[in-house]
Design a protein around this ligand. Structure first.
Ligand SMILES: [Mg+2]
Length: 435
């Protein structure tokens, strides 16, 4: 029940002494702020019938009754009244006994004959107030326990004081395993640097909310992506006492984003980078060359010789297999820092980072020779291919399109010279042949 000052409080009084019962009724009638309705019964056994007939807010319980005596009376009454607060009326001015009554489930105790100073009415009011608070707390805890997101509470020393079942499900650590530990002792993956944690702590110790994404580690050692929000909790004096962290498992979303990213950047047939990604990489590398001196990079354009004939003679699925094998050779032959792409059709390009002209031509020749090893069996005979390659240097003075054009010019020179060869780009009036 919600406690308010103008409510009428329904009291069930269990007291076998008529005189004591009268004293209670009289005291409550004279109460200053609260209004009470008292229903009086004389034994424990009458409680269930009373509860069936009517609703009560509080039970006032004498412990010496015809059908029960002592602490057992509190225990039995608890079972009968459920969550309703019980205030014990005791003749004993005995603190130990009173504490035992509280342990047995009573909300409070009042010494009979000592009701002065509005004390019985106050005891009832506070018992109801505490029961109301407890019910609300239980509700909030139930909400936190039912939450789908992991919730973690730490003190200002970052030691965990509580976690919810979703935290356990996410990390593998139970409440008992978590309490007293610091989150970093449980879930730190080592994949965030110290600056990351310094920024986080800097923010929350200033009372700011913090939100970010990180990779954490479960109890079984597996990693997961997490979105974490941390809110500092302050007491009435404005001092931070706790931090509440809310964890959302975003592993699936990250995986989806990575797939989208891959789809956006790669050619589905060969799994090489696509034209868009390649042109971005070319622009970035050109910008990098403009910033740093003494750096070099080169571009290869590769075209399959007479590829239209392959498609026309052996069919498109064989043509596709040729393209996949070309991609395979590129992946096998190139260094991990190089960026191979299929620009479209039978046209491939490679960005060779840090490569000089001579490095580039060595790589181009190696690739050209490797491509001649492709041999795809077909009922009309074994399918073999050759490639022509054009090469040009990247330069801070040239944008990506200009370098592509130069490499393309060199490629056409290679084709004009009879195909199955590689050419370096030279400006007009110079030979483009470089073998
Ligand atoms: Mg009695």
């Amino acid at each position: 029940m919600k406690v308010s000052s103008d409510m009428r409080i329904r009291v069930l009084l269990v007291e076998d002494e008529a005189g004591d019962a009268q004293l209670v009724k009289m005291d409550l009638r004279q109460a200053k702020n609260e209004k009470f309705t008292v229903t009086w019964i004389e034994s424990l056994g009458e409680i269930p019938a009373c509860l069936q007939a009517s609703t009560f807010d509080v039970l006032l319980l004498d412990l010496s009754l015809p059908d029960s005596n002592g602490l057992a009376t509190v225990c039995k009454a608890c079972l009968m009244v459920g969550a309703m607060p019980i205030i014990v009326l005791t003749g004993h001015d005995d603190t130990d006994f009173a504490l035992k009554a509280l342990e047995a489930g009573a909300a409070d105790y009042v010494i009979k004959g000592d009701f002065g100073n509005n004390c019985l009415a106050k005891a009832i009011f506070y018992a109801l107030f505490r029961a109301d608070m407890e019910a609300r707390n239980n509700l909030l805890v139930a909400a936190l326990e039912a939450a789908a997101n992991g919730i973690i509470i730490t003190d200002t020393d970052a030691k965990i004081t509580w976690v919810n079942p979703a935290f356990t499900k996410l990390t593998g650590y139970s409440l008992a395993e978590s309490i007293g530990q610091r989150p970093n002792q449980l879930t730190k993956s080592g994949l965030q640097d110290e600056v990351f944690y310094q920024t986080l702590w800097g923010d929350i110790l200033q009372g700011k909310h913090w939100r970010g994404e990180l990779i954490n580690k479960r109890k079984d050692g597996s990693l997961y992506h997490e979105e974490l929000s941390i809110a500092p909790v302050q007491n009435r004096a404005g001092t931070i006492t706790h931090f509440i962290g809310i964890k959302v498992d975003i592993s699936e979303r990250k995986q989806f984003e990575e797939q989208l990213q891959k789809l956006a950047n790669t050619d589905p047939l060969t799994d090489l980078y696509n034209r868009r990604f390649f042109l971005d990489a070319l622009t970035q590398e050109t910008a990098r060359l403009a910033r740093f001196e003494n750096q070099s990079a080169a571009l290869l354009m590769i075209d399959l010789d007479y590829f239209k004939c392959v498609n026309d003679t052996y069919g498109h699925s064989t043509g596709d297999e040729v393209l996949r094998q070309v991609a395979h050779i590129l992946r096998q032959t190139l260094r991990t820092i190089d960026i191979p792409a299929r620009l479209g059709g039978e046209e491939f390009a490679i960005l060779l980072l840090g490569a000089s002209q001579s490095d580039t031509m060595v790589i181009a020749e190696r690739l050209r020779q490797q491509m001649t090893t492709i041999a795809i069996p077909h009922e009309k005979g074994v399918v073999r291919i050759t490639v022509s390659i054009g090469a040009a240097a990247l330069s801070a003075d040239l944008d990506g399109d200009a370098v592509l054009k130069q490499a393309d010019t060199a490629l056409y020179a290679a084709k004009d010279a009879g195909r199955n060869q590689s050419c370096w780009y030279y400006p007009k009036n110079q030979s483009t042949k470089d073998e």
